[in-house]
Write a protein of this length. Structure first.
Length: 394
């Protein structure tokens, strides 16, 4: 189950939908539950109402805490009769928290947040009590595991995020007109570091182009600030297919975030498209890339360091080739199909009533038997054996 609107772009939503597709490919009946602002984005999605924006973790999350969404969640849980309810961010008000409190089926919960959570701290007695209903707790990174464990206690399986590698590897590259091209994708807010990237542009030369995808509270201000620079192309929100095409076409993908990143999914997407990366040196990014191999990492907010790293990649063709080859190899290790197999193993353990597993390794587990019905709250559901546009919300 997704707590965030499935029709708006975001990292959690992408993981929920991608996991649902991977589980279906493995033969399981999956329903993805979550708020939707408009028609469901794909088959198998059960809309639970419209979202409202909530400021959190330096970003804005589209959640649905109203009573109508709660009632739709209760009805879906009752009518569908899931064998497993997999809740992403189980403590977010709305469908996720409702499912956590009321689901009858065994619950697997995945925590995405990294960094201090005031909500976890403020409501600690309640949240600790509520998560006792979870059969197996997961976290998408070691940072996310530490955040959840510090606030809620308990043990957690670290199951990293995944990507659908083939969709990016086979994308037709967007033409660049022969210009060295940088691609930025993300919400336009301070923590994403777009301002830092724009400050680096003047030193990169007249031939360099910058594609800026996404929007946010800083869009108008930053656009006006560089309005005279015709090298910068503002794309707004773009579809997933255009994301893949621009990743394949760009010479370098830049992620200049200042913090708050628990796992760099967009970096994996760039690597699957064989696109070298220049990014901030953040723990969440280090868990995905290999510094100096498939990415160059710089201190967050350091304009001069970012400029130098971008110049190195843009001007050195042999470096780009080596990094591109390394990117493809690394991306393959984060296949969404492998993530789905790992979760199937955990679903089987939850249904068998086993205690929280001790292992924290993020390696694929044994494949559970096919034909299960899953609810990904996402709501994915196994049965039997004994889930749009990009660049808006993070």
């Amino acid at each position: 189950m997704s707590p965030y609107s499935l029709t708006l772009p975001g990292g959690v939503q992408a993981q929920v939908l991608g996991l649902g597709r991977a589980l279906r490919r493995l033969g399981h009946d999956v329903r993805v539950l979550g708020p939707c602002d408009g028609p469901p984005p794909e088959p198998g999605v059960v809309p639970l109402g419209s979202s409202i924006p909530l400021a959190t973790n330096g970003s804005v999350a589209p959640i649905a805490p109203d009573i109508s969404a709660v009632l739709r969640t209760v009805r879906a849980l009752r009518d569908e009769g899931f064998d497993i309810v997999h809740i992403h961010e189980p403590l977010v008000p709305g469908p996720s928290a409702t499912a956590l409190l009321l689901a009858d089926a065994p619950i697997v919960a995945t925590f995405h947040r990294a960094g201090r959570s005031s909500a976890y701290s403020a409501f600690m007695p309640i949240t600790r009590w509520a998560v006792r209903r979870v059969a197996i707790r997961c976290a998408v990174s070691e940072d996310a595991r530490l955040t959840a464990a510090d606030a809620l206690g308990g043990t957690y399986e670290v199951v990293g995020n995944g990507i659908e590698v083939e969709r990016f590897a086979k994308a037709v590259a967007m033409p660049t007109g022969g210009h060295p091209t940088i691609f930025f994708l993300g919400r336009h807010e301070p923590r994403k570091g777009l301002e830092v990237l724009l400050q680096a542009m003047p030193a990169l030369g007249p031939d360099v182009r910058l594609w800026v995808a996404g929007e946010g509270p800083q869009t108008a201000e930053l656009h006006q600030r560089v309005s005279g620079d015709l090298r910068v192309e503002w794309l707004g929100r773009i579809t997933d297919s255009e994301v893949a095409a621009r990743l394949a076409g760009a010479d370098v993908f830049c992620a200049p975030s200042l913090g708050g990143e628990s796992f760099g999914v967009v970096l994996l997407e760039a690597m699957a498209a064989r696109t070298p990366i220049v990014a901030s040196d953040l723990p969440g990014y280090r868990r995905v890339v290999r510094p100096g191999v498939d990415a160059l990492l710089v201190s967050p907010g350091d304009v001069d360091a970012l400029t130098g790293a971008l110049r190195s990649v843009l001007t050195d063709a042999s470096l780009r080739t080596r990094m591109a080859d390394a990117c493809a190899d690394q991306a393959a290790t984060f296949s969404m199909d492998k993530v789905a197999e790992r979760y199937l193993d955990l679903y089987a353990k939850a249904r068998a009533g086993k205690v929280q597993p001790r292992s924290k390794a993020a390696v694929p587990g044994s494949r559970a038997s096919r034909g299960q019905r899953l609810s990904l709250d996402c709501t994915g559901r196994p049965k039997g054996a004994g889930p749009k546009s990009r660049g808006g919300v993070s």
